[in-house]
Every structure is written in C-alpha cells, then in structure tokens.
Write a new protein. Structure first.
Length: 194
C-alpha cells in the first residue's frame, strides 16, 4: 500500500475518494486536440469511432453468468456454467484475434503502464500527462472477459487520468475487476497472517 501513497495523496488533493488496487496493465493513449471529452475536433473523430467499435464488440454475458454462478447452490449447474464460460472465453479470444487481423486498431502515440486503478481513475508512475488535457485511452483488462476498453480521460496530475467518458458496460467490467482484485488482496493478507 506504501507504493500507492503518492497516488492517494494526489487524489485526495483533487477531492477524489476511491480505494486503489495495485496492478500492471499496459495501456496506449493519445492526447486529444479537443479541449473536452465531447470530441469537438474533427481530428479526434477517429478516436470516437474506435471507442464505439470497442463497445460494440464487448459482451456482458460472461459477467452476468459469473454473477449468477456465484449465487447458485447447485454445484453441477455451477460446473456446467464454468465450462461454458471457459469455452466462451476461448472462442472470444479466437474471435478477437481474427478481428485484430481484419480491423487494425488505431496507433496511439504513447504507451504507459497502469500501476493502480480506482473507481474512475487510472494511475501511471512514469507518465507525464499534460494537466487538464484530454486523452483517448485503450487497454485490455487481464481478466476472464479479455475485453479491450476504450475511454476518454482528463489528466488531473502528471501521472493520473480521471475517466471522463466510458461506456456503462465497460464501467461495470472495470468496477468488477477492481472488486475482484480487492478481494484477492484481502485473501492474500489473510493467508499471510495465518
């Protein structure tokens, strides 16, 4: 938690109250010409097109199935659901690979690593974002859904982006990922104490 202290301090200075989880997620981004997340520059329209395309290709069926299986008491039904989810993930990865070959993603100008995630914020240690400027960001969540997320964010410090525009299904996926990581970290602490 010590490594997150600079991020939490900067977030508190901006009046943002969120828990952070440590992670290592590669991300690509580009500075927008637009002065807002409304994408008012014609040069930024390509980012909006990719943003919409990424949302159209994502599916929340897996998240719904995982949520259902966590509540299910019938173990045979849970096993069947888990097998179907695993099969769906493999097909999704194949589909994503084929789509990447036919649909080239935009080449974004900067590459960074997300070192901490919070609800509505992305934190990068080595980044030097331009304050109050907007960025188009793309990254893949390293979880069961294998989903690429595109979003627009505003730099509130040289190393922190505050999400300004994201599809609701991606917000749910991001929040679920954060909660799962929090639970994993709690389990690790509990195991270390035992």
């Amino acid at each position: 938690m010590q490594t997150l202290r600079p991020f939490t301090s900067a977030l508190h200075d901006h009046g943002i109250q969120t828990r952070l989880i440590e992670c290592v997620i590669p991300m690509d981004c580009s500075l927008l010409d637009s002065s807002s997340a409304a994408i008012d520059s014609g040069d930024d329209e390509c980012f909006m097109k990719e943003y919409e395309l990424l949302n159209a290709s994502s599916s929340d069926l897996i998240a719904q199935a995982l949520h259902f299986s966590a509540k299910e008491k019938n173990t045979s039904l849970v096993v069947i659901l888990e097998l179907l989810i695993e099969l769906h993930q493999k097909v999704s990865r194949l589909e994503q690979h084929l789509l990447e070959q036919t649909q080239a993603r935009l080449t974004l100008k900067e590459q960074h690593t997300i070192h901490a995630l919070g609800h509505g914020v992305l934190c990068c240690r080595e980044a030097s974002f331009m304050l109050d400027r907007f960025y188009y960001v793309r990254f893949a969540l390293p979880n069961a859904q294998q989903r690429d997320i595109g979003l627009f964010a505003r730099a509130i410090s040289p190393g922190i982006l505050q999400i300004a525009r994201i599809h609701s299904s991606n917000t749910s996926a991001l929040d679920s990922f954060i909660v799962a990581k929090e639970m994993e970290q709690l389990r690790q602490k509990r195991t270390a104490c035992d």
